[in-house]
Design a protein around this ligand. Sequence first.
Ligand code: ME8
Length: 513
Amino acid sequence: MTDRFYLTTPIYYPNAEPHVGHVYTTMAADTIARYHRLAGDDTFFLTGTDEHGIKMVKTAVEQGIEPTVLVDRVVAVFQEVWKELKISNDDFIRTTQPRHKIGVQKIVEKLLASGDIYLGSYEGWYDEGQEEFVTETAAKDQQYKSAISGRPLVRYKEGSYFFRLSKYAPAVLKYIREHDDFVLPATRRNEVISKLEQGVEDLSISRASLKWGIPMPNDPKHVVYVWIDALSNYITALGYGSNDQSLFDKYWPVNLHLIGKEILWFHAVYWPAMLMSLGLPLPRRIFAHGWWTADGRKMSKSMGNFIGLEKIRELAARYGIDSLRYYLLRAAPFGHDLDWTEADFNKSLNELANVVGNCLNRMLNMVSKYRGSLPALGAMEDLDRNVLSQIRGLGPKLAHAYANCELQQCALLPVELARAANGFIDATAPFKLAKDPQQASRLDTVLHVAAQAIYATLVGLLPLMPEKAEAGLRQLGCDPTGKTIQQLLDAGLAVGHPIAAGQPLFVKPEAPK
Ligand code: ME8
């Protein structure tokens, strides 16, 4: 029986082109989605864009255009970039689509019907970049500036509908406390717990002064607060509230919401409270990853250290999309903050070329030169058994790493196997064995073990580096299509399989000028 796996990225604000942060989350989610497809799971991977709110209106005004023109223009860039970067999302939701608007209105109607929304008035601080209400205490602590962008907070005073967040907060807190792996990583989970312990107020969920949004169904002079609108995408994309709820019935609750750490509060508190009010099951897991900086500083265009779309396109064109994916996911344990440096980027390119590419090349050259096809395994020594046992361990270790969102491990485990295979080739010295006819059977065994190791490495890299791993497997004469990772690992490389010399798989970094 296959499992089903539903995962999402945040839906991004199309007020500017995607940059490395958006690419990071999306490539991480894509890797997990590909793993689950390769594990035979019925997988649904959703991304999209969050198109309402004051931030979008302000950007449109700055550019002298209507918000709809802005969003259509930038959303097209997001969609094009995900296509270029071979992101395998199954759907792309836009919050300006009728399917979403209808769903949000249904959701708000239900919240109204359960008595969880009431009319009041809001006076307080607002972070327009984050689209977030800020309490008086927090505003004071932050010197009335945004904790994220540093821009001044804005004072709001207006009539507004409120959601009874305070009614659900104790249940949300209890749920988070009782479910260790609902919110990850643990350090961020603890931050959410302590903030919840301080108590939360009801949430203002409508804006009367804003036109750009989804009208409140009971009072169209107000539009729905952009975070209530945005969070709903995770179910409206599945047809929740429409005539066809088959996807919702199949895929909800979501297995994984992948997000950045700065939006954890919305996902771990507002969203579960909304779902509780709707009587729906909660997500299985919310994972908040860390933030990219560059050369130890916050990325910014003015500092010239911004890893934007142009740079991403340039690197993908020069080194391949997969090398970029490898760098991003290998850079730090998933969940930690990350720092982009040219030196680290080059180091990871060298690692791919010197460890994986080199292992594949050595093996292809030796087998083609000495045998022409994969020889059978003969009598074994401890060295051989060690490598074979590492090969056998790869499938279960990867399964464990993917199940726990340890994406750095997902990158390193296969590469470490290739490193072990390189060490094995150095230790067994097949080029010397080849000179001695007495050692023919030993040479067969050594070549066999080395070949199985690089084959398993490439299979293990399929979710993370789909094109390079497949290209490598094709050099070995294998077509991985239609098989699960475990089937491919269990089958191994067939004895007698013809093997020819190969081409280098990876491009090395350019020497500094
Ligand atoms: O917050 N490092 O959209 P957004 C790592 N629309 N990841 C980063 C990053 C960085 N420096 N910068 C951005 C929104 N990200 C809302 C979400 S969801 C219902 C609504 C990634 O365009 C990271 O995933 O500001 C972060 O959470 C997301 O982009 C924020 O994208």
